[in-house]
Design a protein around this ligand. Structure first.
Ligand code: SAJ
Length: 406
């Protein structure tokens, strides 16, 4: 039996996937409300295919509880934020989860850390906790790192199809854990050592952050000198060895806007490119705000209550708004303006900011300027409603005449 610890964006789909592929799974989370919701037969976030997977897993006997289980394999999938001051990883949730596991696990158990961690985190924090509990690593407890790679919005597909990495001290233990993941994963699964696995995961997200920053920097250059960044990227990408990503209003989520900071925190003297890239991405919401002011001025609009931000989530077609560019923009706007900009998001049903509208038509009616912050399918299907509006399109999805870009 596998005890999956942490039933959030990664732990839940992983637990469901294993359960629906014949593995006996118990999911544990310290959040009582979340466990009650799952036990009432409901999922806790929206994701394509998740509800169906949930039903299959329930049929296969998955259980949810707040209790840690006595078993021979644990998968720890809890958040790993960073310390905003030092930029280093804050491993408090991983540490707490491993301590709880140590209270119940028998000798011979395997502890798999799935949470994203910076290279050396397992050596620095996890190993001492295991040893303090009187276990000998490699004999009494086996340690593995199996970082995930799934993208919100396409998690179920990617869980099935992506290649994976497993890091272990002992290759035979890595191979044993690989079998569990291979129960559902159709991709290649590479077995390596723990520190390499830790580093690969952080490097993958850093690669994307740096490349997004490059696109964002191009957007700034092009805005400064009145060039069309999208046309330029489109043409450059016709070169066989060039593949530039898309500029946007900023970078959100709990991965790409966080993980690269781990490297900056641990290797400040060696991470100039990464550091500057993170700063460029972080500067984008304010860049959009400045753009809004310019467009207001050009169109003689003085009243900020006539500006509406479309989209609160960190990207399209998900309900996750952690670190979202819109929230970053609102925070930055508070410093400049007293009247908050109106916001609307079809995916965010509860009001998370004061100026949030829940009615799309009212939001549109009350906005002279609509700023597209997120390219949800919903706005693509409602382009006709923007016909008589001034649109600031941060996502390059709108081809109406009255459109400004970032
Ligand atoms: N973004 C841009 N321009 C682009 C692409 C993305 O501005 O061209 C923005 C998005 O709008 C969003 C942010 O970047 O705000 C991040 O979105 P994303 O779709 O690039 O990635 P995440 O954070 O949802 O998921 C990433 C993925 N990592 C990589 O692609 C290397 C995913 O595979 C990881 O599993 C996930 O992080 C994670 O959990 O670490």
């Amino acid at each position: 039996m596998i005890n999956v610890i942490g039933l959030g964006y990664i732990g839940l789909p992983t637990a469901l996937m294993m359960a629906s592929h014949g593995v006996e799974v118990v999911g544990t989370d310290y959040n009582k409300e979340l466990v009650e919701t799952l036990n009432a037969g409901k999922t806790t976030f929206e994701e394509k295919g998740l509800d169906e997977l949930f039903q299959e897993a329930v049929k296969s006997g998955i259980k949810f509880t707040t209790e840690y289980q006595v078993t021979d394999m644990y998968i720890v999938s809890v958040p790993t934020p960073y310390d905003k001051f030092s930029k280093k990883i804050d491993a408090c949730y991983v540490n707490a989860a491993v301590k709880e596991v140590m209270n119940v696990c028998p000798k011979g158990a395997t502890v798999v850390i799935e949470s994203t961690v910076s290279p050396g985190t397992i050596d620095k924090f996890v190993r001492p906790i295991i040893e303090e509990n009187g276990f000998k690593i490699g004999e009494d407890i086996h340690l593995v790192h199996a970082p995930e790679r799934i993208i919100p919005g396409n998690m179920v597909y990617e869980l099935l199809h992506n290649n994976r990495t497993i890091g272990a001290d002992d290759i035979s233990i890595g191979e044993k854990v690989k079998k569990y993941y291979a129960s559902f994963c159709q991709g290649d699964i590479v077995v390596t050592d723990i520190k390499t696995a830790e580093m690969t995961k952080v490097v993958e997200n850093t690669f994307r952050a740096v490349n997004i920053a490059f696109a964002n920097e191009l957007a700034k250059i092009c805005r400064h000198d009145d060039m069309d960044v999208y046309e330029i990227i489109k043409i450059c990408n016709m070169h066989p060895r060039v593949n530039i990503l898309q500029p946007g209003p900023g970078v959100g989520g709990h991965c790409i806007s966080v993980d690269p900071w781990f490297l900056v925190g641990d290797y400040p003297a060696l991470t100039k490119v990464i550091w500057e890239s993170m700063k460029v991405n972080d500067s984008m919401p304010e860049f959009v705000l400045e753009r809004i002011f310019t467009v207001m001025k050009e169109n003689g609009i003085k009243d900020t209550s006539k500006v509406g931000l479309y989209g609160i989530t960190y990207k399209e077609n998900v309900d996750d708004f952690r670190e979202s560019p819109t929230l970053q923009l609102l925070e930055c706007q508070e410093k400049h303006l007293s009247t908050p900009l109106k916001v609307y998001d079809p995916w965010v049903k509860e009001n998370i900011v004061e100026s949030q509208c829940q009615d799309f038509d009212k939001f549109i009616d009350n906005s002279d300027i609509v700023v597209i912050m997120v390219k949800h399918d919903h706005i693509k299907d409602n382009m006709d409603k923007l016909k008589n509006k001034i649109v600031i399109d941060c996502c390059n999805i709108c081809d109406l005449p009255n459109v400004y870009h970032i």
